[in-house]
Design a protein around this ligand. Sequence first.
Ligand code: ATP
Length: 331
Amino acid sequence: MRSEILRTLRNAGDSFVSGQTLCERAGVTRQAVWKNIAQLKANGFVIESVPNKGYKLVASPDALYPDDIKSRLADGSVCRKIESLEVTDSTNIRAKQLAEFGEEEGTLIIAEQQTAGKGRRGRQWESEPGTGIYMSLVLRPAINPVHVPCITLVTALAVAKAIKKTCGADALIKWPNDIVLGGKKICGILAEMSSEMNFVNYVVTGIGVNANNRHFPEEIEKTATSICLQTGRKTDRAQLAACIVNCFSQYYNKFKESKNLMPFIDEYDSLLANKDKEVRIFYGMEEDSGKTETGMAKGINKDGALVVNTKNGTEYIMSGEVSVRGLYGYV
Ligand code: ATP
């Protein structure tokens, strides 16, 4: 109900909304509206109230308040429930715990801070409190497990599009799971699944966005940046989080029908930072050891593989066990 009040106030823009209208929209009494407005104010929303005119939303707090995110979700959103945490080890871990106990598709876990944020292959995701967006969605797609890696690419498309829509920035995708701006990483995506041979129990797609970070630890400062550092503007995190979920919902619903990336190839390739660039593929965990290969990245195929022209011919690189770098830099 609080999200309905917020949605109505936000949609009214600069106009006041009468108490009566809020009662009707939220389906509650005047007293309940008054109580909820007081609750919202206590949570940092600035709401002006003028007798005989009603209420006006003046400002929202810089927080990932679940009712705020809910109030910005579009019709047809995959998100049905939001669990918001001040601190957690990792939103993926929490989402997987819930999924193990039967949580349905569409639960979003979102946190202000992660103490053990995860990257691929056991790597760490730096999750500074209060500046980033750390969230994971529980999914239960009726697809074959071999197609699950495509969900990483679908998520990347959604994040890049949402950043363009809400921040006006031309974010690109570094195949398969990173979003870059100004040649540096602003977002990592980690999709994990539980499956049987031919059946997906659940998938958790986790997203970590550097929204308003100003500093990074020394180990990653050469390759990491934030939307705020790149655009010079503070990101409205709740708005971006909701927009990512809305964009993801659109792509994901389409993907559940196509079950492959055929309908997305052109759009993905148009955002691919590696396209028509020389790349080096690292097959080992460490960049200075293990097998590497170089070639020209041409785009993705319908299974989400990176198509690379190497001296041995065309290779189709699957995402699981490799890292990709530009030949002359991170991208
Ligand atoms: P790479 O980006 O090196 O190709 P990857 O895609 O396998 O690696 P991810 O799982 O996406 O890696 O992310 C983990 C890596 O990202 C870490 O090893 C670290 O180098 C870097 N990293 C960690 N936290 C952040 C952050 N907040 N912003 C940018 N980069 C980060």
